[in-house]
Design a protein around this ligand. Sequence first.
Ligand code: FE2
Length: 361
Amino acid sequence: MPPRNRVNWLKKPKVEYISSECYNNHDVYLAEQEMIFSKVWVPMCHMSEMYELGDFRTTTIAGVPVIAVNTNQGVRAYKDTHITQPAGTLSGPIEGDELHCEVKHGQMVWVTLDPNPTQDVEQWTAGAFDCIADAIDTEELEVFHYHKAIIDTNYKLWHDTNSEFYHDFMHYFNRVSGFNDEYFARKNIPFDNGHVNVSSFTVNYEEYDGFEDRGELSFPNLPPNQWYMVDLFPGFNFNLRGSAYRSDTVTPLGPNKVLIEFKGYGLRKDTPEERQTRIKHHNSIWGPFGRNLHEDLIGVAGQGTTMREGTETRNILHGRHENSTIHDEVGMRHYYGAWGDFLGVNPARPLEHLPDVYQAA
Ligand SMILES: [Fe+2]
């Protein structure tokens, strides 16, 4: 095989690929804000963060300030209100345009900027949550962990790292606790609207020095030590590792900057001892000094550096076909198929048909 050089790298690949322009072009970013984030259902917060009447949370969706409030008529959402703080309790009435809002899938609060959504949340998620529904909808969940990261990378690279699993070779913990026949047989399952989930297998936590079996505290109806992931278009991830549940929500801040909010969940009915154990299990994988999550952040920050705006355009291959098993790139192909449909572009040449209004003058 001849050595790779610039000419070889830039040749049109013979397998599926997308262009790095999807990750670093400012017009693509603006089009995504308008044609994706302004249209989809966004899981903006969780009911346990707003238990009492009047409790609210705020966020920004596609640059628009949004608030969700617990009212005596259920959770209501509004945009462009006078409220600016991230959370609190309202003392008076709220003024602003009301938005569509639903509480679904483990009591997440879903909001869309679309004034006339053609699908409700259940239709939008299209069955992607079915695999964990009995685990997250049987008991009330409660947020016990929150942290956020602002990373110089494209939001889709974070979603990619939750979608492709071959980077598991980067995670020492996953290599020792998970690489077995069951792991390699896991399936990537595509759903309508660009969603994917990853089927479960049994993680051998005790193979990692200092860790123990997590079977005793499994979520309801979940067999011991299972690990499911739901990758929801365009950038939301739900990750159930037996005893603890995690969600990631992205807010793109530019083509090469993203705010990611991470939450950890247990059951509201947990005893103090159970809660402590769940927190320990959560933190050991996903907490500030845990395995995995921060390794993933370092990975996507590196990708962001190599593909930032102004770097030479190159091709990102999605050509791995392995019968939809764990390292097959079917999830990536499915996601970028939906992404291209939303923008009306071919992800291999995203600037070719990008709507004129977003093209640089
Ligand atoms: Fe990872």
